[in-house]
Design a protein. Structure first.
Length: 484
């Protein structure tokens, strides 16, 4: 393969996620592509899906994530991970654009993913392609040939009509993305499925995104770690190493990692920081105000009148410039609202409505910010408080995630190891300690070391050792935050 001069980058195949309204044919399409493009003799090895598969089309590889729907996708986005390079938005020709089509589009756009529309079920009698295209245009999808540049293909996942052309479009779009990886770089990827096998223990399905995944490497996610004992490709064949964008089955985790988590894998070396439990750092969730200077909001109210009031008040707030209304609607706050909030990091505001059960669950699991009240002034007060908190977060100068705690700590003498997620961090700086997204105590850096040498400051991405004093004892997983 041709190497990029200097950077030593190699091309990698695209990773595709299929999304769309329920029953529009996502599973059928994924099954059809798998059945017709994975060589039969090799496919003999497939006993069950590992959450993703790889095909070859026109001599080029494509990886498909075969857990359709938004669930896995949302989980990954919530963790700031992005596994897919490209999305296929499936729309059934007989039904056209449906609520979940729009929702999927919202997810795709929030993730800034390029996408291709597959208009499916064209084998059905009485389908009207023009009607579907019009609906797509109305939903804001500007199709190629109709004044826009979103590629689309009419297909039948049942008969296979148009599927080969769809794969051509995928390869074309992928080429434009110029996907690369560093073979000598940090091995990194995403956990796409996890299960506990009575015989083999913890079995994780992963997709490699950078570097090379090898048997024997230490592996870690923000919540779990271990050492890679064995690797299999998606056909169940043992492998010593796997390259991006290959799906792999991996054995060797000591504890259960979570779906959607990013992992790092590397040769385990000695040295003070390397001796730390191999825990990787979650890519910090982007702070809304820092990200785009706009806080996204989703508005719900009990009737049109209330919604108008809420909308009006939100639009006329002094801080309105920093708010963007993503969606507004009538009725209880539901699962879909929260899923959108999760992927876009939006704030949900409910006036005279509360959350339904599913939404309540999602809110609790993912710690999504929801403000509800029967009284508009209370809503405003809470909103103002939240904006103040965000402003504070936007003033974050430096942040470090605590990865290890050494010895028996005393308040005025704690030795910790951590990774800087926002920098630089400076010796002698005062910090707040955050636990579970809340300010918990404070302290000061007494000494800062990088690779066991004293340093005045250290940059983001670096792992450092620190001697600190704080009003409480620091734990692994805490964050030290320095504000302006
Ligand atoms: P999903 O919920 O999006 O994964 O949808 P499924 O793949 O489960 O498909 C829902 C239903 O539509 C199933 O009964 C499929 O057999 C049917 N279906 C899917 N694709 C096609 C197609 O291209 N043509 C026809 N006629 N039926 C299809």
């Amino acid at each position: 393969m041709k190497k990029d001069e200097g950077n030593n980058l190699l091309p990698r195949p695209p990773i595709i996620v299929v999304m769309g309204h329920v029953d529009h044919g996502k599973t059928t399409l994924l099954d059809y592509i798998r059945q017709t493009n994975v060589a039969i003799k090799e496919a003999g090895g497939i006993t069950q899906s590992i959450g993703a598969y790889e095909i070859e089309h026109s001599g080029k590889k494509i990886t498909f994530i075969d857990t359709p729907g938004h669930e896995a996708f949302s989980k990954m986005r919530a963790r700031g991970t992005q596994v897919a390079d490209l999305a296929i938005l499936v729309v059934a020709a007989d039904e056209g654009v449906k609520p979940q089509t729009k929702e999927a589009l919202g997810h795709i756009q929030a993730a800034k993913l390029p996408f291709i529309v597959a208009i499916n079920k064209i084998d059905k009698p009485d389908v009207n392609l023009d009607r579907v295209k019009n609906e797509l245009m109305t939903a804001g999808i500007l199709l190629e040939g109709y004044g826009g540049n979103v590629s689309w293909q009419a297909v039948s996942a049942k008969t296979g009509q148009g599927v080969s052309e769809l794969l051509d479009l995928i390869l074309l779009a992928a080429e434009l993305e110029n996907l690369k990886y560093e073979p000598a770089g940090q091995t990194q990827g995403v956990i796409i499925e996890v299960h506990l096998d009575s015989r083999r223990g913890i079995v994780a399905s992963v997709i490699v995104k950078n570097g090379i995944l090898r048997v024997g490497q230490g592996i870690a996610t923000p919540t779990a770690g271990g050492k890679i004992k064995s690797l299999e490709n998606f056909l169940g064949k043992k492998a010593d190493s796997l390259e991006p964008s290959s799906p792999a089955l991996l054995l060797g985790f000591d504890s259960l990692p979570q779906v959607g988590e990013e992992f790092l894998a590397r040769e385990v070396k000695l040295g003070i920081i390397e001796e730390m439990p191999l825990v990787t750092v979650k890519r910090p969730l982007t702070v809304p105000l820092e990200d785009s200077q706009k806080l996204k909001v989703i508005l719900k109210a009990d009737n049109t009148g209330s919604l108008e009031v809420l909308d009006d008040i939100i639009k006329n707030l002094p801080s309105t410039k920093s708010l963007e209304i993503l969606e507004k609607g009538i009725g209880k706050i539901n699962e879909n609202n929260l899923k959108l909030a999760l992927t876009t990091q939006a704030l949900v505001i409910g006036f005279k409505v509360d959350l339904d059960k599913a939404a309540e669950n999602l809110k609790n699991i993912h710690n999504i910010k929801v403000i509800t009240s029967e009284i508009i002034y209370e809503l405003l007060k809470e909103l103002e408080d939240y904006l103040t908190l965000l402003k504070k977060t936007a003033n974050l100068q430096a942040e470090l995630e605590v990865l290890a705690v050494f010895g028996v700590p005393e308040k005025n003498k704690q030795i910790i190891g951590g990774r800087i997620t926002k920098g630089p961090i400076k010796n002698q700086q005062k910090f707040e300690v955050w636990r579970k997204e809340q300010s918990f105590t404070q302290g000061r850096i007494l000494n800062l070391q990088e690779q066991r040498k004293d340093v005045p400051e250290a940059e983001a991405g670096k792992e450092v050792g620190l001697l600190i004093e704080a009003d409480d004892i620091i734990k692994v997983g805490d964050k030290l935050k320095v504000f302006v």
